[in-house]
Write a new protein. Sequence first.
Length: 125
Amino acid sequence: MKKLMFAVLAIAAITLTGCSKDDEPTSIAGTTWFEVDSERNGRYTFTSDTYCTYNMDSTPNSDGVEAVFQYELNYPNITLYCISTNLYIGLTNILLANQRGTIKGDEMTLYNDSTGDYLGVMKKR
């Protein structure tokens, strides 16, 4: 009877600990995510728990882009709010669209927050 009781307690302990949310990140600060389905060579670098930068290398047809976003992470959902860029028309700073998406493992899928248009998949490296 003692062996049966021990077995039941061991199974219960394993089952209950298997349901924890320890795999969900509470922070993505210090990570960099690269565009995988684009030739833009864009990357998001999460510099803190609230800010990230987006950089796109310059190409023969365009100058590079740098943008700063403030973000909110409610795993697996993420929302990014553009607060500044290096893009100007005259003296007016041109902002990028706010973005929303989901994180699954080492992939983040992003969409334009206003239009819902697919922006791409980013891969954490």
